[in-house]
Structures are given as C-alpha cells and as structure tokens.
Design a protein around this ligand. Structure first.
Ligand SMILES: [Mg+2]
Length: 281
C-alpha cells in the first residue's frame, strides 16, 4: 500500500459546497490504514484555517498541518529562500496573514519591496496594481501564487481568478512571474520534505490535467485523475505525456484498491511500473 496521498480539493473532495460521494468513507479508510493525507489547492484567497474549517464543516476531520493552499506554499517557500524579504501583496487578508505568520515582512507600498506576491484579490484596485508594477519595474521579484484564469462562482459559473490579475502585471511590466501553485511542483516538494518521503512514495490525486496531473508529472510522483471534477476520461486518454495520469478513477471509492495494487510493486522504476500494474489506467 502506498501511504502518502496528496489530494486536490475542489472537484475531488467537494464541488462548490457539496461533498462528493464516498469522500468521508475514503478518508476514514485511509486513516485506518495509516495513510498520510494532505490537501493541496491553488486557492490562495483563504488562509489554511479557513480551508480546514470548510472541510470540518462538511464532516471531514482535518488538521491545519494537512492543508496546503498556494498562499501558504508561497509563504513557506519565501521563508526558506528569502527570509528577509519585504513583500508587497496583491491578494487577500488570508494571503497577507500566511506571509506574516511565516515571519515575512509585508510592506504597504512599492518602496523597499524586494518581492511582489500576486494572487486572487477581491479588494483589487488600480492603486494596488500600480504599486506592484512600480516594485517589479524596480527589480522586485515577481511571484504568482497561481495562474488559475478563473474560479468557480455559484452565481455566474466562473469569476476572474488570480491568473487574470497576474496577467495584468505581466502585461504592464513585461516580466514573467515565478509561479508557486500547480502545475509547478513546489507544493508537492514542500509536502514531501515535511513528510520526509521521496516522490516515488507519493500519490497525487486531482481533477485537472493542466494543474494537478502536470504538477505530479513534474514532481515525479504517481498521478491519479478523478472524474468528479472538470476533466472527462477521453481528454485524459488523449493528453500528451506531460499531462497524462497513471490512472483514471470514476470517483474516490476506487482509490484504496489502487493504492494497494501499486503498493505491491513499489520497487520497480516508476513509469514502467504504472503501465504494468494498471494497464487500463
Ligand atoms: Mg480541482
């Protein structure tokens, strides 16, 4: 049995406010089998505590340490790579709080900023974009929590995501940001380091090829696509190698048997192992 599972949230655990079928049972089964679970989401608008509370409100027990949003990943990454950073933020209060809790200094204007962190910001103003633009043009390091073009919105199906705000600054400055969220493998790498495991010991589960599966491929762990979100089976089968999952499951009730099957053949080299063990995947 493989014992380290990283799950995306929206489209995997829930859709909007509705828990997906089999999730509560699955999490109990994983706990009984001693499987470590982390939740990894590109959502940067919420502090981990808010994300954990959403899961708890759905009857899913979880600890703060299990929840990895892209604002937290950004904070952890910067705390390690640039602990003296002075950060100008285009983002929510949740993003600011993650950075401050990681010991980073958040500055109110471009002056003295060494880094600019940009994500979804419901309080976006032209003035914030201008300050971020000044800082980046003066040489501050441009960091995007994620490049998601949209996020699900119950009223109008989607709303502009963090990627749309990042694109405004990319256009104005001509500078490409360093991206923290999926498809970059930074979050998976931080979780692996926290658990003390290698990529070959980990399984990533997600509903999007271009973020969840791409990040798993880039990191080198096994990738499972679950069809409860935005991707259909035919799209997964036609995907190029960098976006192709090792297995496709209809919903999470199929995950435990898959982890058991893979765990029996843990020693072989990764890509060949997948094909041998799960030819229909
Ligand atoms: Mg998702």
């Amino acid at each position: 049995m493989l014992r380290h599972v990283v799950m995306d949230m929206d489209g995997v655990i829930y859709r909007g406010e509705a828990l997906l079928p089999g999730v509560r049972t699955l999490l109990q089964q994983l706990q009984q089998r001693g499987v470590q679970v982390a939740f990894l989401t590109n959502n940067a608008s919420r502090h981990r505590q808010e994300l954990a509370e959403k899961l708890k409100a759905m009857g899913l027990p979880c600890t703060l340490e299990q929840v990895w949003g892209s604002a937290y990943i950004t904070a952890r990454y910067l705390a390690r790579e640039a602990p003296a950073a002075r950060v100008f933020v285009v983002g929510t209060a949740g993003t600011v709080r993650e950075l401050q809790e990681a010991g980073l200094t958040v500055v109110p204007t471009h002056e003295g900023a060494t880094h600019v962190v940009v994500g979804l910001d419901w309080g976006l103003t032209y003035e914030k974009l201008r300050q971020a633009h000044y800082a980046i043009c003066q040489g501050a390091h441009f960091i995007a929590t994620n490049l998601d073009p949209t996020y699900p919105d119950s009223l109008h199906t989607t709303a502009p995501g963090g990627g749309a705000i990042v694109a405004a600054l990319r256009t104005s400055t001509g500078v490409a940001p360093q991206v923290m969220g999926k498809p970059q493998p930074t979050g998976l790498a931080l979780i692996a380091a926290a658990w003390g495991v290698r990529p070959s010991e980990m399984v990533a589960v997600g509903d999007r090829l271009d973020t969840d599966i791409a990040a798993a491929r880039a990191f080198g762990c096994r990738a499972v696509l679950v069809l409860t979100g935005v991707t259909r089976r035919a799209e997964a089968e036609q995907a190029p190698a960098a976006l192709r999952p090792d297995a496709v499951i209809a919903d999470l009730t199929e995950l435990v048997p898959l982890l058991e099957r893979w765990g029996r053949d843990e020693s072989g080299p990764l890509p060949e192992t997948h094909k041998k063990v799960d030819p229909e995947g």
